[in-house]
Write a protein that binds this ligand. Structure first.
Ligand code: BGC
Length: 907
């Protein structure tokens, strides 16, 4: 099997072009005239943000195409004098990495602009392209401050001056999530383009849009309101202990369209094009009410695509509903001027049903369609409706009855639609006992047989059943199989997040291979420095509204994973954009669960076509980074079912997800890794999920009414969160599984059920195929300078309290990295001392960046040392037994000698 690297890049560029969202384009300011020189302002032109920060942004690439480079590659000419000025300034004001994990600045210092300079450049160029950049990510929410959600003073000045002196002022936002847009009113730019974080090819796709090589077709996956305070979750967002989701189902446009339309600046689903589309012949197919047909015609002058959306306006009934709910969408192919395409859009009853968690409709705990008129608005956005179809229900219809699960135990008042007026009502509380449920659902125990010589391969080959295999597993084996090992387990691809399956000697002897998991949604994170393809962020991919393209792109990511022996990508991320300041919004798709689920299912389809999978995360309610380990999210059953679980449900049912990750936090009183209702009642019994559920890394686990405890693997196993991520050593770990088994609390049958869930995933993995010798290896063809040679051997050294690693044979070549793994006996704070020499001139600058588990710990710059060794020291916290240390060399000319590590404080 071959992965064509050039085609992969091409697919990514296609996705980037379709994910750019054009919000303003006065008097056709865009596309730019390729024959006219463009003046680019903003330091981020030289430091393009390919992704946000944290686990979802740590893909190693050797080159990222920024916007100026993209424009040049596509034939545009830039004002080189201005570019030089920026280059010189950036050299003196290099990109600040900040304080490592969760500590990267959300923006970089901007070059202050002198009006004279702006005037001069405006004398030679008609157009100023102003690029503004932001980042955010894991453990790093945005702030409602300048330099984060808002512009800095230098940025405002840049807009003021370019607006004043240039004929055209175009703003490009290289940002992880939506930001304050009040600058549009103040500075009136001619065009505004959300270019998001586009991964390593980002600048090229954005250049295609700016130059009109491709017509923009991206549409917002979130509502942009005038003010941050306008978002319904705003008063409740950002707690660290408990957060009641009082806005309930009224998230994003569901709230704005229902109660406060006037507060919206750019509506959900909105995005401009360089052409015009007309919609006609909107009708139900063949007299039914399951499929809508719509003819879309390109009536403008240039070719382009259009994302057609269908919103359901359901009768208010007893429940009260949002004014509109997205229930279908489809993107056209690229239509030439004058060309038409008839799209058919399926409308599933499930996607227009409401969940009754109080019983007001007479059907408590059911998805229902209340009687009345259902209007289906077909449009270009939630606001721009082109035609409406109807159907009438004479009587209430029950779409699905479920059993109550995961309901709140804390009383609060939630929003309610009272004839278009905002009201509040008490939320229904839990009526059940999960422990009783657990006992009633107890599986049958498989009798213990001891080792009968059955190997996992015998199950794959149909010689024995999985139950027969599991019968051989001792208590000890069962306690090991629920341990995921990592990070950086030497049992799988170097520098990855985890191994699961055969993590102990005996499991391995029984023929269970280790399966490899690597972050994350925007491509593979390989902490040992191996380069991988960096994809556009989740929000940008959602803005494509193109499911087919998602499948095509991720089928290539799947092949790339296979080539690296990675079986589970830790993504896509399916949490809901409940509030614009959530740091991980860049990894997640949308404020809408329908769009979220469809995009996720399409990505999974692509990964599955390559024989690997994606782990949908974080299940569920991880909608802010602040307090994510400590906070209890209190959410009504209705909001869970209609909003926060919905995307996951689609990914399981339609996308056939078979690995899922729970969260760090608690939902309705129980930390999700110990939540029986979440992992068993809803995920498996109701949705029919077949596969394994894993915890987030070093997550808390809890039982109702008790404090969380990371040792409580028993609670996790009982809940059917099958794997704890991660333990330093799968063979032995300080957890309570055996203790709890011996006390008769945790049942052997439950652990056997976890084992079956895990082994089923192992059996279908490429790791199993490799063990059987039947795996077809994937070769990557057509790689170019974006992918450099992989370090063949990544050595591993055991560390007691200190170690000195000899680096004298390592060649510190510009643009390369050297990695080694340290296997620490003791975790805690370490000091490191890196020693090197250089024969270069006294003023030479030779920087080395030290990464610990993918996170930069510091950049140390040597000058010429006259050949004498010079040392730099730094500190790093070691929190994982296996830690990959990577040294990145930005220049030639350093002779490395050694790197020493010394324990300062054990933790
Ligand atoms: C994140 C996960 C990630 C895991 C492994 C956690 O900190 O929340 O999304 O997959 O680490 O890196």
């Amino acid at each position: 099997m071959v992965l064509d690297w050039q085609e992969y890049k091409q697919k990514a560029v296609e996705a980037i072009t379709e994910g750019n969202v054009l919000l303003e384009n006065r008097e056709n300011a865009l596309p730019l005239d390729i024959n006219k020189t463009i003046a680019i302002f903003g330091r981020i032109q030289l430091n393009y943000y390919k992704s946000g920060t944290g686990s979802g942004g740590l893909v190693n690439v050797s080159r990222v195409v920024g916007i100026p480079e993209g424009l040049k590659q596509r034939g545009a000419s830039l004002d080189e004098e201005l570019l030089e000025i920026y280059k010189k300034w950036v050299e003196k004001n290099p990109f600040e990495l900040g304080e490592g994990w969760g500590g990267e600045p959300r923006c970089q210092k901007e070059m202050p602009l002198d009006e004279e300079l702006v005037k001069q450049v405006a004398g030679r160029c008609e157009t100023a392209l102003v690029i503004i950049g932001r980042t955010a990510g894991e453990e790093m929410d945005n702030f409602d401050e300048r330099g984060s959600y808002r512009l800095t003073e230098d940025e405002e000045n840049m807009l003021l001056l370019t607006r004043r002196h240039f004929r055209k002022c175009i703003v490009v936002l290289n940002v992880p999530a939506i930001m304050d847009m009040s600058f549009v009113d103040i500075y009136q730019p001619d065009a505004v383009l959300y270019a998001w974080h586009g991964g390593m090819m980002g600048g090229l796709g954005t250049a295609d849009i700016l130059l009109g090589k491709v017509n923009p077709s991206g549409k917002l996956s979130d509502t942009i309101a005038y003010r941050l305070e306008d978002y319904p979750s705003h008063p409740y967002f950002g707690n660290t202990k408990r957060e009641c989701y009082c806005e309930d189902i009224y998230v994003g446009y569901r709230y704005f369209e229902t109660f406060v339309k006037e507060k919206v600046r750019y509506p959900f689903g909105f995005g401009l094009s360089y052409t015009e589309f007309s919609y006609s012949d909107i009708q139900w197919e063949a007299g039914g009410t399951e499929r809508i047909l719509v003819m879309v015609t390109n009536c403008g002058a240039v070719a382009g695509k259009e994302a057609v959306q269908v919103y359901c306006e359901a009768p208010q009934g007893m429940l009260g509903k949002p004014a509109k709910v997205l229930c279908g969408f489809r993107k056209t192919r690229c239509l030439k001027p004058g060309e038409s395409e008839t799209l058919s859009i399926d409308i599933a009853r499930e996607s227009i049903a409401s969940f009754d968690d109080s019983g007001v409709t007479g059907h408590r705990f059911a998805f229902v369609l209340e009687a009345g008129d259902y209007a289906f608005h077909v449009g270009k956005s939630v606001r721009d409706i082109q035609g409406t179809l109807h159907f009438c229900l004479d009587e209430l219809e029950v779409v699905e009855e479920v059993i109550t699960a995961l309901a709140p135990v804390t009383a609060f008042e939630r929003m309610r639609n009272e004839q278009g007026k905002l009201g509040f009502e008490p939320v229904p509380l839990s009526t059940i006992d999960e422990q009783k449920r657990r006992m009633e659902d107890m599986p049958e125990e498989i009798a213990y047989t001891g080792d009968l010589g059955i190997r996992l391969a015998d199950v794959v080959n149909g010689k024995h059943t999985l139950d027969e295999f599991i019968g051989q597993l001792s208590d000890e084996d069962l306690s090991c199989i629920i341990r995921g090992e990592g990070m950086g387990s030497p049992k799988v691809t170097a520098g990855t997040a985890a191994a699961f399956g055969g993590v102990s000697d005996h499991l391995s002897q029984l023929g269970v291979p280790c399966v490899c998991c690597a972050d994350g949604p925007s491509g593979m994170r390989l902490d040992c420095g191996t380069k991988a393809f960096s994809l556009p962020g989740g929000v940008m991919l959602a803005c494509t509204w193109n499911t087919q393209l998602m499948t095509e792109l991720f089928s290539r990511t799947g092949l790339e994973m296979r080539a690296n022996h990675v079986e589970c990508l830790l993504g896509p991320g399916l949490n809901i954009h409940r509030h614009p300041l959530n740091g991980r919004n860049f990894e997640y798709f949308s404020e809408d669960p329908f769009l979220t689920g469809e995009i996720a299912a399409a990505q999974l389809k692509g990964l599955h076509s390559a024989g690997v999978t994606g782990t949908i995360k974080h299940f569920c309610g991880n909608n802010q980074e602040t307090g994510r380990h400590t906070m209890d999210s209190v959410i009504s059953e209705r909001a869970l079912r209609e909003i926060y679980l919905r995307g996951f449900e689609t990914a399981v049912k339609k996308g056939k997800a078979y690995t899922i990750m729970t969260t760090y936090g608690s939902v309705n009183g129980v930390w999700t890794a110990g939540s029986y209702d979440l992992n068993t009642t809803i995920l498996r019994k109701e949705w029919g999920f077949k596969g394994l559920s894993m915890s987030d890394w070093w997550a808390n686990i809890s039982r109702r009414g008790q404090e969380p405890d990371k040792r409580d693997f028993a609670a996790m196993a009982m809940a059917q969160n099958d794997v704890y991520m991660v333990c330093p050593d799968g063979q032995k770990h300080d957890d309570n599984t055996l203790e709890s088994l011996a006390s008769g609390e945790l049942q052997r049958a439950e652990l056997q059920r976890n084992a079956a869930n895990i082994l089923e995933v192992v059996i279908r993995s490429q790791a199993m195929q490799r063990l059987l010798g039947t795996a077809e290896e994937v070769e990557i063809a057509g790689k170019d300078d974006e992918v450099e040679e992989v370090q063949k051997e990544v050595p591993c050294f055991r560390v007691g309290k200190e170690i000195t690693v000899d680096l004298s044979t390592v060649e510190a070549k510009r643009g390369t990295s050297y990695s080694f793994i340290l296997d620490f006996e003791k975790l805690g704070d370490y000091e490191f001392i890196l020693t090197a020499a250089s024969d270069a001139g006294e003023l030479a600058q030779i920087p080395v960046t030290v990464f610990s588990m993918g996170t930069a710990r510091g950049t140390y710059t040597w000058n010429g040392t006259g050949g004498k060794p010079v040392s730099f020291s730094g500190r790093t916290e070691i929190f994982s037994r296996y830690t990959t240390i990577r040294l990145y060399f930005a220049q030639n000319g350093l002779k490395l000698s050694e790197m020493a590590f010394r324990l300062i404080a054990e933790k």
